[in-house]
Design a protein around this ligand. Structure first.
Ligand code: SIN
Length: 309
């Protein structure tokens, strides 16, 4: 069988920042894409860590079908109770919900740097986010390249990071004492992950420090909370240096696809006060249990592994 290079099929990959991010043009995500196109998107994802598509007219079903070409799709979220009817894989990121459930206006569930659900022992390998309703301005998302962050650390700090394990735990933003906060606490997710994980496909090492999930516990195994916090602050600031980042301006129909094994991201919290809705939909791909540079695996403390189908 002759394989057609995907460039011949119209796909183009254009980098958009110095260390991370590329825009992919010439693909219509509604279509059943050729294997060669999927392979090129996967290659671009591994090279650029986050890839962007514009002007995609897809709904939940097409988003899930596209995701399935890259791996098993998980349920929306370990703590999600009301995904859109008929689409248990879809996590709505919906400012209208946060106002109702969290008691305050915000445009995403979290406005701190994090990698998705790293409180799980097998955090999602990748996430695909599609925008639907957007504020007229504000509400951008930023990603950082954790491989670059690791590679640019001083050697001595890299050697320390290679050896340590950090506690990640889920923290709800639900109103204290509410039914949701009680439910989340009962089924809390906690795991220790190596601070440096080796990417199972590229072999690259990434600084895996997910501030949104490690800030609460502030625990590096073997260090006191004060020592842990000082080391974590240093690693968080290295992981999120502005030069390692790319900032994406959403438009209706934009899609971002990122590798959670090599990035962290931040939903910029600059639009909650604008009194305009922001609605996006996310799907995640089942992830592996991270491995450190010496092959040691992450450790489950509380909760269950999160599998897809
Ligand atoms: C996410 O963290 O998955 C959502 C990011 C966003 O709301 O921009």
């Amino acid at each position: 069988m002759t394989t057609v290079p995907s460039s011949a099929l119209g796909l183009d990959v254009v980098p958009v920042a110095g260390y991370i991010g590329a825009e992919i043009t010439g693909v219509d995500l509604r279509e059943n894409l050729e294997d060669a196109v999927i392979a090129d998107i996967r290659r671009a994802l591994h090279e650029y860590k986050v890839v962007f598509f514009r002007d995609q007219e897809i709904g939940h079903a097409e988003q899930i079908a596209f995701a399935r070409r890259f791996g098993k799709v998980t349920p929306a979220h370990p703590h999600e109770e009301s995904p859109p009817e008929g689409f248990p894989e879809i996590l709505p990121i919906d400012s209208r919900r946060y106002e109702k459930n969290l008691g305050r206006k915000r445009t995403s569930y979290d406005h701190s740097w994090h990698t998705d659900v790293t409180a799980l022992v097998n955090p999602p390998a990748a996430s695909i986010l599609r925008s639907d309703i957007l504020p007229p301005y504000g509400g951008d998302t930023t990603w950082t390249n954790l491989v670059t962050a690791y590679e640019n650390l001083p050697k001595e700090l890299r050697e320390l990071a290679d050896k340590i394990d950090i506690k990640h735990q889920f923290q709800t933003r639900a109103v204290e004492g509410s039914q949701r906060s009680r439910k989340v606490a009962e089924a809390n997710l906690v795991a220790y992950h190596p601070a440096v994980r080796v990417h199972p496909v590229t072999g690259e090492r990434a600084l895996f420090v997910s501030p949104g999930f490690t800030r609460g516990a502030r625990e590096i195994r073997g260090f006191s909370p004060e020592q842990s916090e000082r080391i974590l602050k240093l690693l968080w600031s290295e992981a999120t240096r502005v030069e390692y980042t790319v900032r994406f301006r959403w438009a209706v129909g934009s899609v971002a696809f990122w590798d959670n094994r090599a990035t962290a991201h931040l939903a910029i919290g600059d639009a909650g006060h604008l009194d305009h809705d922001r609605v996006l939909y996310r799907v995640t791909l089942e992830g592996d249990v991270p491995k450190g540079v010496d092959g040691r695996e992450s450790e489950l403390v509380s909760g269950q592994p999160f599998y897809g189908s």
